[in-house]
Write a protein that binds this ligand. Structure first.
Ligand SMILES: C[S@@+](CC[C@H](N)C(=O)[O-])C[C@H]1O[C@@H](n2cnc3c(N)ncnc32)[C@H](O)[C@@H]1O
Length: 356
């Protein structure tokens, strides 16, 4: 059967700004989170890159040795292997520092251009870019328009969506922009996943009291500070355990009761910060994923990551729609049992739905 023959053919991926590998884990699949198995999607990452040594160490330990540590600006495209799909969560600082039109001339504001350069030079079938939701409102939409226009001019059909991780089985209200492009000759278009899950409550990933070290609890002094704070500023962001967590960031190491980062209220006037393990679970990392370095470094890697489960859904949609000439299902039966968007374009046998 044709499906059997092509099922093992892997889609080659190059991953830029890979960090600790959150997005790459999602893209690969083959992991468990909250009792659900996220199967392998048929991608193979042939080359990855990040500048941050401890993130690269984590990546090597959990994903593979194919990651190269270094500044992407000094890596020649000819040293990057040919691939079918390019992925990159280009750094958001590139845009947060962009104040006005002048900011576009800041070389640090142009890291997405490195992705553009690789795209132009290597011409993969498709790409996935990821960034903070704020990207779409910078300079009244000028930044996203510029990016879409640049990627379009590189020969791609480009579209973007804001996806909320909590709609895909992640216990966090993280909203991110996904920009997807398909090379113009591919005769298909960018495709995004539809929300598939009800909310996963934060309660599901919080550790037991007995597992949490004292250093994660706030002192009485911090509580006095909280009492003095103006409530109008909505300080002390104690999370509602019955819903998804607010977005976590790299600040978690320095979180204070006076800030806006999520904290937990674990008893009357008893607050604590999230542990690195809880932060990782809130981002949908499986417990088996290990992070290198101090707590501060763990929070940075976790806070920067694309939630693996969210990326799995994005990658699955692309795998099925854009790379559907290389199906992931081993049999027709398995293929027909999938209750998702794939069903939209599978030709149905005429008369199947006609009842007697
Ligand atoms: C938003 S994070 C990406 C996280 C990653 N996608 C994940 O899912 O774990 C952006 C990454 O870009 C990396 N970075 C920043 N400047 C870079 C550069 N000039 N060259 C290579 N990597 C860079 C940072 O170290 C950081 O890990």
């Amino acid at each position: 059967m044709v499906l059997m023959k092509t099922a093992d053919k892997k889609i080659k991926v190059v991953s830029l700004f890979s960090g600790c590998g959150g997005g790459d884990l999602g893209l690969l699949g083959g992991f468990d989170f909250l009792g659900k198995h996220y199967r392998r999607l048929g991608f193979e990452i042939v080359w990855a890159n990040d500048i941050l040594p401890f993130a690269v160490e984590t990546y090597k330990e959990n994903i593979g040795d194919h990651i190269v540590e270094g500044d992407i600006r000094s890596i020649d495209s000819k040293d990057i292997p040919a691939h079918d799909l390019l992925v990159g969560g280009f750094p958001c600082q590139s845009f947060s520092m962009v104040g006005g039109r002048k900011g576009f001339n800041d070389p640090r504001g142009y890291l997405y251009r490195e992705m553009l350069r690789v795209l132009k030079d290597k011409q993969p079938d498709a790409f996935i870019g990821e960034n903070v939701k704020g990207l779409i409102s910078i300079n009244r939409g000028e930044a996203i328009r510029q990016i879409v226009s640049d990627f379009t001019n590189a020969g791609y059909i480009v579209d973007w969506r804001v996806l909320n991780a909590s709609h895909f089985g992640v216990p966090q209200k993280r909203e991110r922009v996904f920009i997807i492009g398909v090379r113009k000759d591919k005769k298909t278009s960018p495709h995004f996943p539809s929300p598939t899950f009800g909310f996963v409550p934060l309660r599901e990933v919080v550790q037991k009291h007995s597992e949490v070290d004292n250093r994660y609890y706030f002192s009485q002094r911090a509580l006095v500070g909280l009492d003095r704070a103006n409530k109008a500023f909505n300080k002390g962001r104690a999370q509602d355990l019955s819903g998804p967590c607010n977005t976590i960031s790299t600040h978690l190491a320095k979180v204070s009761l006076n800030g806006t980062d999520p904290v937990l209220l674990v008893g009357p006037r008893n607050y604590r910060r999230l542990t690195p393990l809880e932060a990782a679970r809130i981002q949908s990392f499986p417990d088996s994923f290990t992070f290198s370095g101090s707590d501060a470094r763990k929070y940075i890697q976790v806070g920067n990551a694309i939630p693996p489960v969210l990326m799995w859904h994005v990658a699955k949609a692309i795998r099925e729609r854009i790379f559907n000439d290389r199906p992931i299902f081993k049999s027709e039966e398995e293929r027909n049992n999938v209750a998702d968007s794939l069903q939209e374009y599978i030709p149905r046998t005429k008369g199947l739905l006609v009842s007697a």
